[in-house]
Design a protein around this ligand. Sequence first.
Ligand SMILES: CCCCCCCCCCCCCCCC(=O)OC[C@@H](O)COP(=O)(O)O
Length: 258
Amino acid sequence: MSSLRGLLSSSLSQSPSSSMFLSSSPTIEMFPLCTYKRPTYDHRVSRTSLSYAQRRLLGIPRKHRNALWLSFCPNQELCRPHCSCNLRDKNNLARYTVVRCKHAATGSAGDSHSLSADLKMESEVRGACFYAVTAISAIFLFVLMLVGHPFVLLLDRHRRKFHHYVAKVWASLTVAPFYRIKFEGLENLPPPDTPAVYVSNHQSFLDIYTLLTLGRSFKFISKTGIFLFPIIGWAMFLLGTIPLKRMDSRSQLVYFRN
Ligand SMILES: CCCCCCCCCCCCCCCC(=O)OC[C@@H](O)COP(=O)(O)O
């Protein structure tokens, strides 16, 4: 899995299903938060020319499988760990992307075939390890959450800082062996107690880990299906995540009231 660089910048959320965090106060500020994990190729690639391994390497989420094309700006210094590229989707929206990718020096237009077999294997192994680490750590930490839950309900029913701390540990443990998160613009965040709405572009599920490492006691808004995931869904319930039935306008009203 490629590295990820978290951006706290003025980019706009592109996806209607972005993760959002809502405060109950009438004075609300909004903070767009973008996370990307896009490695780099210095040539234009069409969707049809991308192998499975390349799509995994590029970190293209399922929802962008209909993207017409991806344009990666030529970068003269591919060996540098930081590269930039633009991602355009079918609506022709350009997205500024910054990545830190150890594969940056390996990609070229000519060797995509030999590259793809190696990368497929590597990305499969890395993916399996990632899920193993995140699942095993979640099991142990969920038990901790469960034990602490009565105290959380008694002492800190709304913010649930203890649960958020456990979730932060979980996210940090999961992420640490696989990629480094670099935050930019943290100084633009309001103080932790200031009511705010955080808007993430939700380019992939990795933004959840990134957001949790912020250490803020926010509430995710999530589609209800995710609550059915074992351990993670239960932990979301303990965290006080707000469920949203996306096609149900009444459910949307309920979460705005909350
Ligand atoms: C015990 C370890 C601690 C575990 C803490 C887990 C915290 C997990 C927080 C999960 C927050 C989930 C937010 C999901 C937001 C959401 O709802 O995204 C929908 C997208 O996917 C798009 O779905 P789709 O359009 O159906 O592909």
